[in-house]
Write a protein that binds this ligand. Structure first.
Ligand SMILES: C[S@@+](CC[C@H](N)C(=O)[O-])C[C@H]1O[C@@H](n2cnc3c(N)ncnc32)[C@H](O)[C@@H]1O
Length: 186
């Protein structure tokens, strides 16, 4: 029985616009980047095409199979298979990375409490974190972080290069949608 919602393949493999804008402005440290809850790999593929190793992590085998066949995964070039590693993992149960082993973490449209702190711990110095929540529709409310929760976890260890937060209210409770690109500075 499936306990997580099946993610439909997006119409295009275009990466998150905000992610692409930010990643083009930094130098990624020489450690693998993890695209966690990668779906069909649109964001990680953008990095792989810069000839940087990417670990694509998801619970859904169909997503990982799509990435493994390589064609039409990336918008910006052919996916260089030598830089692709696939990991099928339930991120609510396991965090597969040790301390200070990743040059960057991409987490788009997936959130589970505690995941940002685990991500912070696994980044090397100068490693980046890009976190973008799902949009704030009603049904998504409980998949969003609390206000300032993520910011307080990043501060003061990170330089924030991009930050956008919007309040979402639901039955008197407030959470937030968020896009943040930050580089670990300490
Ligand atoms: C909305 S999609 C986002 C996909 C991708 N990040 C993107 O931006 O296109 C959410 C992804 O999270 C994955 N997912 C859901 N629950 C998960 C879990 N417990 N562990 C790992 N991945 C999970 C789904 O399989 C799906 O691919």
């Amino acid at each position: 029985m499936r306990l997580y919602p099946k993610h439909k393949k997006p119409l295009t493999q275009e990466p998150s616009k905000w992610f692409a804008d930010c990643i083009d402005k930094i130098i990624i440290p020489p450690y693998p980047v993890a695209d966690i809850a990668c779906g069909y790999g649109r964001n990680g593929a953008y990095v792989t095409c810069k000839n940087h190793p990417v670990l694509f992590v998801d619970i859904d085998e169909d997503c990982l199979n799509f990435i493994s066949q390589g064609s039409d995964v990336a918008m910006n070039g052919k996916l260089p298979s030598e830089y692709v590693k696939l990991m099928r993992i339930d991120l609510t149960e396991n965090w597969p990375f040790q301390r200070s082993c990743l040059g960057g973490i991409i987490c788009v449209h997936f959130y589970t409490p505690g995941i940002i702190l685990k991500a912070i711990d696994s980044l090397v110095q100068k490693g980046f974190l890009y976190f973008e929540t799902i949009p704030g529709h009603k049904g998504n409310f409980y998949g969003l972080p609390k206000q300032k929760e993520v910011l307080s976890q990043l501060y003061p260890l990170f330089d924030i290069l991009y930050y956008e937060e919007k309040e979402v209210k639901y039955y008197g409770e407030t959470r937030t949608t968020l896009k943040v690109f930050a580089v670990k500075s300490h």
